[in-house]
Design a protein around this ligand. Structure first.
Ligand code: HEM
Length: 288
């Protein structure tokens, strides 16, 4: 496991355990009706302006602001030119999931007024992030996370085919099966294309298993390790071919997704700043 993955794993583990701890400790409080809450011993700590409640709000909103560093890195702004875009997106997603979790705990699951607009925008942006991520990974990319050009995609596909036919001597029948696995005969658009991609992802594992058995039957002398290597190349190849064949549908969908996703994010941040400004004006300064 590389350093980036290990760091992410630690960040997720620590944050999830912390959030779970707060939920376990505060469950009795959070489940009380609002008018009963002031009588709870936990009220002073867990109310949105309380020591813990307010701290959770600061933590959550800082995380939500930090996720915008991804936009800066993508555009090489503020000297952010280091690190793979792909890794920055993973950090964006970490802040985009855990920030809203802590903000939910800060609200103590009770809110109203103008800040509710920010809250619902945040939840909409967060949830739509999962769809965006799904579309994002449908576009063939380099290890760095940058998009492959069409020429690079074709070159990679040809290289993988050559490996299968020249190095491993696979026949034409197997190549046709790879095409079928990839579902390259795509003529669908919009939502129906997304459903087809999802279906292909859900059935891939089983289709690959079947193909592995067929190859084993056709080439019984092939050592197991070699067979596994071939299947791994076939898996890469078929996925790449599928991504290429759906590219014309996925690229505009990701573009429209951006068009919807971004304004909600900006509305959320603007109202969040108004909310923070008003809280400071009213003297809520946490421990400061
Ligand atoms: C409160 C939470 C979130 C906010 C405010 C937010 C905000 C944004 C913004 C402003 C962008 C545009 C970046 C740019 O092109 O400059 C973006 C892109 C993106 N976000 Fe989020 N996001 C949130 C959560 C998430 C989550 C939870 C996920 C995934 C599970 C996610 C996945 C993505 C993806 C895949 C992109 C597109 C990356 C690209 O095309 O370069 N986001 N987000």
């Amino acid at each position: 496991m590389n350093l980036h993955k290990a760091t992410l794993r630690v960040l997720y583990t620590v944050s999830i355990l912390f959030a779970a701890g707060v939920i376990l400790k505060g469950y009795g409080y959070y489940s009380l009706p609002v008018e009963m809450r002031p009588h709870s011993a936990l009220h002073q700590a867990l109310k949105p302006g309380g020591l813990w409640g307010h701290g959770l709000g600061i933590l959550g909103s800082s995380m939500v602001l930090l996720l915008f560093l991804y936009s800066a890195r993508k555009r090489n702004l503020f000297g952010l030119r280091f690190g793979r875009i792909k890794n920055w997106l993973n950090i964006h997603i970490f802040f985009g999931i855990m920030g809203p979790v802590f903000i939910n705990l800060h609200t103590s699951f009770k809110f109203g007024g103008i800040v509710a607009v920010s809250y619902y925008s945040m939840m909409a942006v967060m949830l739509s992030g999962f769809l965006g991520r799904y579309l994002y990974v449908q576009i063939p990319r380099k290890i760095s996370g940058e998009e492959l050009t069409f020429k690079e995609m074709k070159q990679t596909a040809t290289h993988l085919t050559n490996m299968l036919t020249e190095k491993y001597q696979l026949n034409q029948v197997t190549l046709i099966q790879i095409d079928r696995l990839a579902g390259t005969q795509n003529n669908r658009g919009g939502f129906s294309a997304i459903l087809a991609i999802m279906k292909s992802d859900l059935t891939r594992f089983f289709k690959l298993q079947k193909l592995q058995k067929e190859i084993h039957r056709s080439y019984p002398k092939l050592p197991q390790a070699e067979l596994r290597r071939i299947i791994s190349i076939i898996s890469k190849q078929s996925l790449l071919l599928r991504k290429i064949s759906f590219l014309k549908v996925v690229q505009p969908l990701l573009h429209y997704w951006h068009v919807v996703h971004k304004p909600f994010a900006y509305v959320m941040v603007i109202i969040m700043f108004i909310h923070i400004g008003v809280a400071i004006l009213f003297g809520y300064r946490w421990i400061f």
